[in-house]
Design a protein around this ligand. Structure first.
Ligand code: NI
Length: 171
């Protein structure tokens, strides 16, 4: 497994829509493992392939509490097939927008259909933090960042600060 660098916003690859995989083969499994490694290296709870510059519909998550055993989850072609009317507001952050957090409202519960690492179709009923995380990561695969749920004013402010941060890192 190899940890790969995380792409920081703003970047065109984070605004692009990722393409479905044909099937989960060794290549996709290797990608999933690299993504988990990259996510753990950055202390993240979720990562979408766009965030390491790859436009395939693949995501990984681990929402286990820090003091408990890891619970890695790997998904290809995830699709929300049902969502609750009830919504919940949670503070979200993102490895592509380090140190920025905002309250985002989303459906409180979702059902997700996906291919697991063995190319088997599975269904996940998610609530709580897992529901937040899986919706955030599926957004990434559609080129949507959590700041896209904010007002244009707030989003502009955060992205301008990110642009400055990226410029200072290049110097
Ligand atoms: Ni994110």
């Amino acid at each position: 497994m190899t940890a790969r660098p995380i792409v920081l916003a703003p970047d065109p690859v984070l605004k692009a829509k990722a393409k479905p995989v044909d099937r989960v083969d060794d290549g996709v499994r290797a990608l999933m493992n690299d993504m988990l490694e990259s996510m753990y290296a950055s202390q993240g709870v979720g990562l979408a392939a766009n965030q390491i510059g790859i436009l395939q519909r693949v995501l990984v998550m681990d929402v286990a509490p820090k003091d408990e055993a890891p619970q890695p989850m790997k998904m290809a072609n995830p699709e929300i097939i049902a969502k609750s009317e009830e919504t919940a507001v949670n503070q979200e952050g993102c490895l592509s927008l380090p140190d920025f957090y905002a309250d985002i409202e989303r459906p409180a519960r979702v059902t997700v259909r996906y291919l697991d690492e063995n190319n088997e179709q599975k269904t996940l009923d998610a609530d709580g933090w897992l529901a937040v995380c899986v919706q955030h990561e599926i957004d990434h695969l559609d080129g949507v960042l959590f700041v896209d749920h904010l007002s244009a004013l707030k989003r502009g402010m955060i992205l301008r600060k990110m642009q400055k941060l990226k410029r200072s890192q290049q110097d």
